[in-house]
Design a protein around this ligand. Structure first.
Ligand code: UD1
Length: 417
């Protein structure tokens, strides 16, 4: 099993580029099934989850290739409508293929998705949105069978602004007769990016990034060239690493507006952060101070995916910070591992009180993607050597992590492939 060896205590200094967003490229790869043509996607991070999504497209009959950060998908031929268990179990977001396969093939068979162990992660909102559009869905054992008898555009009211359910609804609605409105839609920037891709392909979609999205039922048929938006969670993670370690770090090719809440927290903790165009520079001197309560919320609130890296930074600060996780019920698993490094974190249900202090090196284990990234942040800030195990979780969402940290002067070595 691969692991990182991190020798902490170095300030981080330098400039690194931010990669394309994992959470944008996955639904857009699924959307390439729709147009029956050629899709050229730039700024695609080379990540485990992206490779799995490319494998699913190949299984379905598409021709898929990568050159540098450009992925090309030719979906002229789609001759299968199932996603086998081996491909589904690797990532939960593979459920995003349900809508596009249904729209393209009129039927779909998927097994129940895998992914991070951060909570129950049901897919009921995805299924009820598709049912509302007329899909006939049966669950048998671990499989979901879906048939599009007579897809009709309708109003879909989401009881929670689920990112994945919003995307699946948009991707199915293009195949419906008539217009669909997704009400209480997720407003994450990745939804607006999906809308932009669909529009380039010829679909009529509006409202992406707002609470009501309208899709007129018309299959997109055009070839597309599209550049994936920058990864706001990778951006947030590097901001937290710089805040925890001290130093001065510049992140290029990113979108400052998408990490507004994270920047605000770090400024309140004493960091100086400047934004210019697509660049963010953070300067961190001395110890962080306490932050006002950090409450995870749907966008534009504080992102749940940045909660763990920010918590790692808070552990190195001088005061106490309260974290409230409102999105996922089991997203404090990194706290036990941080405790091995000397962190003082008191958990009660969905609340974690972090009492700032100093961290020391330890052997720790990644439990999920963002929790694993938090352990790397903590290890970089800790005195002494740490070993971060089970980094296959981290590989799902961070491109060339060790390389980027090394470019900033951090001491990290990857052992194993
Ligand atoms: C996406 C992101 C993930 C991020 C999350 C919240 C991708 C690939 N992943 O995940 O990184 O942490 O948004 O910002 O984009 N829920 C239900 N029923 C459903 C669907 C969701 O109850 O059918 C619940 C979930 O259990 C969770 C909440 O809704 O408590 C938010 O989930 P959702 O927004 O759907 O997250 P994902 O799309 O899975």
């Amino acid at each position: 099993m691969s692991h990182y060896v991190v020798r902490g205590g170095q300030a981080l200094r330098g400039t690194i580029p931010i990669s394309g967003a994992k959470n944008s490229v996955l639904p857009i790869l699924a959307a390439t099934l729709l147009n029956g043509g050629r899709n050229v996607l730039h700024n695609c991070p080379d990540l485990r989850d992206v490779r799995w999504a490319m494998a699913i497209l190949e299984h379905l009959g598409c021709k898929v290739s990568r050159e540098g950060d450009t992925v090309t998908v030719d979906s002229t031929v789609v001759d299968r409508w199932d996603v086998p268990h081996e491909l589904m179990r690797e990532m939960r977001s593979s459920v995003i293929f349900l809508g596009p396969i249904l729209a393209r093939c009129g039927r779909a068979r998927l097994s129940l998705p895998g992914g991070c162990d951060i909570g129950q992660r049901p897919i009921d909102l995805h299924l009820s949105a598709l049912r509302r559009l007329g899909a006939d869905i049966r669950q048998q054992g671990g499989d979901i069978f879906c048939e599009a008898r007579d897809l009709q555009g309708r109003d879909i009211i989401l009881s929670f602004p689920s990112v994945g359910a919003t995307e699946n609804a948009m991707l199915t609605a293009v195949a419906c007769g008539g217009a669909t409105r997704v009400i209480n839609a997720a407003r994450e920037p990745e939804i607006a990016d999906l809308q932009e891709f669909l529009r380039k392909a010829g679909a009529s979609v509006s409202g992406g990034g707002e609470s009501v999205i309208t899709v007129s039922g018309e299959m997109p048929r055009r070839d597309v060239e599209h550049t994936i938006l920058p990864d706001r969670i990778e951006t947030a993670t590097f901001l937290c690493a710089a805040a925890a370690c001290g130093g001065e770090v510049t992140l290029t090719g990113t979108e400052p507006e998408h990490v507004g809440t994270v920047i605000q927290c770090l400024r309140e903790a004493g960091c100086a952060i400047g934004c210019a165009g697509r660049t963010i520079t953070i300067q961190a001197e001395g110890r962080l101070t306490a932050m006002p309560t950090v409450r995870t919320m749907p966008y534009p609130g504080f992102p749940t995916d940045a909660q763990a890296p920010l918590m790692a930074a808070a552990c190195t600060g001088a005061g106490n910070t309260l974290f409230i996780e409102t999105i996922f019920e089991n997203r404090f698993r990194h706290a036990n591992e941080l405790a091995r490094m000397g962190a003082d974190i008191r958990i009660s249900g969905r609340t974690a009180l972090v009492c700032g202090g100093t961290l020391h090196g330890a052997r720790v284990r990644s439990c999920d993607l963002r929790g694993g990234a938090a352990l790397v942040v903590a290890a970089l800030a800790a005195q002494g050597e740490s070993i971060v195990e089970d980094i296959f979780h981290i590989d799902r969402g961070y491109e060339r992590l060790a390389e980027k940290i090394t470019a900033l002067g951090g001491n990290i070595q990857r052992i194993g492939t």
